[in-house]
Each structure stands twice: as structure tokens, then as C-alpha cells.
Design a protein around this ligand. Structure first.
Ligand SMILES: [Fe+2]
Length: 265
């Protein structure tokens, strides 16, 4: 995919239209077939196979006490008195139906960093989290409101959403809309608006969320450039050298080797 722009992300809703009519006011559903390859089951499998050599993994509804979560970093640091699970036990949690959260995935894919850079022209610093569930009725979160502007990119399976009319500090009461989103769909939920997710089958979605820039308002709207952004850029680490250097050519000259690596070479 070429460089992602905010126009592409919000298409067919224009950027000006989005900020005028939806930002901070109203949720927005964009149904289309875009960005469904941002992070799929293969990426999830690759990521989880690195366990335990990864950071910040969480299991939702691991236990009845507290907020119910198992957090890899807190368990490792001894802040949470729970066992450090073996890879097999981790997998058992998954097959038992637990929802996994992977925070800070911005740098897992260039496309995710690109999306952050695009949104951060208009918002404060963002963060991308993966929410993955293996089956229907995996416990997710009850109705709640977040302190960030939330963009939810759906990449695998179907997810049922309930959006409430109320914003904090009120309590969730009246349902504004209920719907099911599929791979490629995007949902925007304004800061402080109540919402709820139900898993109706295996699914992955990416939440990319941002705080607002300080004192941002539609009248005096601040847009910053990528240069002003303190986020580390994405680096292509592919070696640039294409031609063989002289020393490499010498090393490749088998006649100069004391012994061939293989007898029949
Ligand atoms: Fe949320």
C-alpha cells in the first residue's frame, strides 16, 4: 500500500465534514473494503508466537477479582501476584475463549505508523491496540466511555457494537445505534461517548486512539506537520548496497579457499 492519507482513511466523508459534523459530537461508521489487511490472523499468530518475548500483552476476564485482567508486564514486575503463564497455558487461555489485548502495536506495521502520523496532524499523540477474540461471547468490556478519540479499524470477523447517546459524566442509558461491523469497516467514537462491544465470533480490531491537541477548537483549528511530530519515523532497514564490494568478491572466489565448504562444490 502506498502512503496512507487522512483523506483515504475518512473517504467518502471529507476531512472538513468529519471535523465539523462528527468530531467530539457523533459516532461515524464507514463501511468499505479498505485497511482490512492492517493486522490479520497471520500477524496475530506471528506476534503471539514470540511469547514470552513481548511486552504489554493482556488477557481480559482472566479472574474474578479486580479488573479481571492478566497483564504480562505487571506479572513480570511482580505488581500483579499471578503466575507467569507458559506458552502452552497462554494458548489454553485463547482456546478457552479469552479476549487478548496487545497494546502499542503502532510499529508492528508501516501502515499503522502512517495512520498515526496522519491523525497526529489533527490530534495529539496516538496509540494503537489490538483486540482479538477467538470465539463468540468472549467477554470484552461492559459499557464504558474512553478519554480519547477512538478510531476502530476492523480487520477480521464480525463485531457487534452498541453506541449510547450519553457522554460522561452522564451514565449510559439510551441506545443511539446498534450494528455489526466487518473487515475493512471503520468506526469513529468521540471522546467520552459510551459504547459496548460484543463478540459474535472470532475477530480482530485495532483501536487507534488519540487525545485532542491542547485547546483545539473548530474556530481555531490547529493542524501540525509531520516534521513537528515528535514520533520516531518509520525506517526502511533494507540494506541499500546492491553491488558486490571488492572484499565480498574476493570472499566469493572459491579457488582462494583453503577447503571447499562441501566436498562436491
Ligand atoms: Fe472503548
Amino acid at each position: 500500500m502506498d502512503k496512507i492519507t487522512i483523506e483515504q482513511i475518512l473517504e467518502p466523508v471529507g476531512v472538513a465534514n468529519f471535523f465539523k459534523n462528527y468530531w467530539g459530537k457523533k459516532h461515524l461508521i464507514i463501511r468499505r473494503n479498505k485497511f482490512k489487511n492492517l493486522f490479520g490472523w497471520n500477524d496475530f499468530s506471528n506476534y503471539l508466537n514470540r511469547y514470552p518475548h513481548l511486552k504489554g500483552l493482556q488477557i481480559i476476564d482472566y479472574r474474578k477479582q479486580g479488573d479481571g485482567r492478566w497483564c504480562l508486564d505487571k506479572v513480570r514486575k511482580g505488581k500483579l501476584k499471578l503466575p507467569l503463564l507458559s506458552k502452552q497455558k497462554m494458548y489454553k487461555q485463547w482456546t478457552d475463549g479469552k479476549t487478548f489485548v496487545i497494546p502499542f502495536v503502532e510499529y508492528e506495521k508501516k501502515a499503522l505508523v502512517d495512520i498515526c502520523f496522519e491523525f497526529e496532524k489533527y490530534f495529539g499523540t496516538g496509540q494503537a491496540n489490538i483486540y482479538a477474540s477467538p470465539k463468540a461471547n468472549s467477554k470484552s468490556f461492559p459499557a464504558h466511555a474512553d478519554q480519547t478519540e477512538n478510531f476502530l479499524f476492523h480487520t477480521e470477523g464480525k463485531t457487534k457494537w452498541t453506541i449510547y447517546k450519553e457522554f460522561t459524566p452522564d451514565k449510559p442509558d439510551e441506545i443511539a445505534e446498534e450494528f455489526v461491523l466487518e473487515p475493512g469497516d471503520l468506526l469513529y467514537i468521540p471522546q467520552y461517548q459510551y459504547h459496548k462491544v460484543d463478540t459474535i465470533g472470532p475477530r480482530i480490531l485495532i483501536s487507534i486512539h488519540f487525545k485532542n491537541k491542547p485547546n483545539q477548537s473548530i474556530e481555531k483549528f490547529k493542524v501540525t506537520s509531520n516534521k513537528q511530530n515528535g514520533r520516531p519515523e518509520w525506517i526502511a532497514w533494507q540494506p541499500k548496497q546492491k553491488q558486490k564490494s571488492q572484499s565480498q568478491a574476493r570472499l566469493m572466489n572459491k579457488r582462494n579457499w583453503s577447503k571447499p565448504y562441501f566436498n562436491k562444490l
